[in-house]
Write a new protein. Structure first.
Length: 298
């Protein structure tokens, strides 16, 4: 049974064997780890290295996630692609596999006007029946989509259209999207926890962080739900300090896989090359110090 998207929805990190084949056994363990930490669902998206997977692998992953999820929460699969045709194929397969929702960034290889963007997202929505999270990932790829454009998608296609704004300033975009949709839009944030306290108070439906600090994110979400400022401001600055060390997708991958390996969830820290960022020894030492302080607060 498909489940709605709400609460803490971690983005999984793809584990690899030493020859860079997907390690599905470890991926299963990562999913179990996520639910053991209190996740409300799972997500497979940009930080899962989805753009580095083959089409066949993306199909395999969608089916695997639904099966391994075992109805414990929602499953969201990114279906973004460089053409509407390809995105539609990914979307249809994901829906057929049984995911709860899709998510899609715009094509990255072309600079699109809003008419072309509308055609891209309309193609995905018209070919499927499940919700679609429109992801503006322009904090590290692409360019921002206007609030007006996103709100028009919701007017045209209704409640199936959700949003994940990432263009800075994210908080202002969240508030503007709520205003443009009369407070009806379901909005998710992907700051990794660095802006979760602010964005929660702006009315988000859920957060999509990495899996590495999931216990801390769940604790922060629960503290926000009960209004526990002492716990909120004991946890939030330490999460922010860890993630403030990088400002790129490769940087996030480096930190997240390092911590998941440190925690025994991943067997290695491999990222499919080419990669544009690696953590050096001083950075790793600082992450270790911050992580220990964060765990002490939990």
């Amino acid at each position: 049974m498909a489940k709605d998207l709400q609460g803490v929805l971690p983005v999984l990190h793809t584990p690899y064997h030493t020859d860079y084949r997907i390690d599905f056994d470890t991926l299963a363990e990562e999913i179990d780890f996520a639910y053991a930490q209190g996740a409300d669902g799972i997500v497979f998206a940009l930080a899962s290295e989805i753009l580095r997977l083959t089409a066949e692998e993306r199909y395999q992953v969608a089916e695997f996630l639904v099966k391994q999820n075992a109805d414990r929460g929602s499953v969201t699969m990114n279906v973004g692609a460089e053409s509407t045709y390809t995105a539609v194929q990914f979307a249809r397969q994901a829906e057929s596999a049984g995911v709860s929702a899709m998510m899609a960034i715009p094509p990255l290889s072309v600079s699109l006007g809003e008419d072309a963007l509308r055609g891209y997202y309309a193609g995905i929505l018209e070919a499927t029946t499940i919700p679609l999270v429109v992801q503006d990932a322009s904090s590290y790829v692409g360019r921002p989509m206007s609030v007006e454009f996103q709100a028009r998608l919701r007017v045209e296609f209704g409640e199936r259209v959700y949003f994940k704004p990432e263009a800075p300033p994210v908080g202002s975009f969240i508030t503007a999207l709520h205003a443009a949709t009369n407070g009806q839009a379901k909005i998710y944030e992907g700051s990794g926890g660095t802006m979760l306290a602010e964005n929660y108070r702006r009315g988000i439906t859920g957060t999509m962080p990495g899996t590495d600090l999931l216990d801390a994110i769940v604790a922060l979400w629960k503290a926000l739900e009960r209004g526990d400022d002492a716990k909120i401001y004991a946890i939030s600055p330490l999460i922010g300090a860890i993630l403030a060390m990088v400002h790129s997708l490769d940087g996030y991958l480096a930190i997240e896989k390092y911590l998941l390996h440190k925690r025994g969830v991943l067997r290695n820290r491999l990222v499919r090359p080419p990669i544009g960022f690696e953590l050096d020894a001083p950075a790793l030492a600082e992450i270790d110090r911050l992580y220990e302080r964060l765990q002490a607060q939990l």
